[in-house]
Write a protein that binds this ligand. Structure first.
Ligand code: TYD
Length: 209
């Protein structure tokens, strides 16, 4: 019997995800919920080891299928060793990225197709899904991504991919919200941090104690 709730926070590069993750965790704790904050790729010993393989090194280090498999393998370990035990203990698990990142980055932007990447999740994690997925989005956020690319920021293997890749990631997230409106919600990431946190909490309204 799982009693906790599993929430994933998603978004492209530079939408203030880290700030919102911390603020949301604090807001939930303020409501008496015990929160475990975790992240992907990573979140368990094995998955953190895979994280370095994925984010460090040459852009061409992995072919697209190998990259998708590594994300799925890391997720399988994360679900089994970290997420499910915490939920069983009644905690709320807040994950910085989860499956929908793979669907948007590897599936849509990487060209493998959302369905094929979802199949990897069916195998790796028995299609285990968040109770809710909140996707932070900035309309015209591509502009910021382009500027960071030009300035040489976002140095990891995936963050440093070109603006066209990140535009496709955004398209992937929108497709997920359309396909699964009950689970996946797009959240406007514009405005001050407190306003954005309020939007996130509102989107969890039906799950809150
Ligand atoms: P991270 O340093 O955690 O960045 P961010 O602050 O953007 O979350 O790097 C994670 C990178 O990996 C990020 O560029 C998104 C990418 N990623 C995928 O491509 N597929 C996935 O399934 C996940 C979880 C992340």
């Amino acid at each position: 019997m799982m009693t906790g709730r599993f929430i994933s926070l998603e978004g492209g590069e530079g939408v203030g995800k880290s700030t919102q993750l911390a603020a949301l965790a604090e807001a939930l704790e303020g409501r008496g919920v015990e929160v475990l904050v975790t992240r992907e790729p990573g979140g368990s010993k094995g998955a953190e080891a895979i994280r370095s393989l994925l984010l460090e090194g040459e852009e061409g280090r992995w072919n697209p299928r190998a990259e998708a498999l590594l994300f799925a393998a890391a997720r399988s370990d994360h679900v089994e060793k970290t997420i499910k035990p915490a939920l069983r203990a009644g905690k709320w698990v807040l994950s910085d990225r989860f499956l929908d990142s793979s669907l948007a980055y590897q599936g849509e932007a990487g060209g493998l197709g959302i369905d094929r990447v979802r199949d990897l999740h069916r195998f790796g994690s028995e299609d285990f899904l968040p109770d809710r997925t909140l996707v932070l989005r900035l309309e015209g956020g591509e502009g910021a991504a382009r500027a960071r690319h030009r300035d040489g920021e976002e140095g990891d293997r995936i963050g440093s991919r070109p603006p066209s890749y990140h535009a496709a990631v955004d398209k992937g997230f929108k497709a997920m919200a359309e396909a699964e409106p009950g689970r996946v919600r797009l959240i406007d990431a514009s405005g001050n941090a407190a306003t954005v946190t309020a939007r996130l909490l509102y989107a969890l309204g039906d799950l809150l104690p």
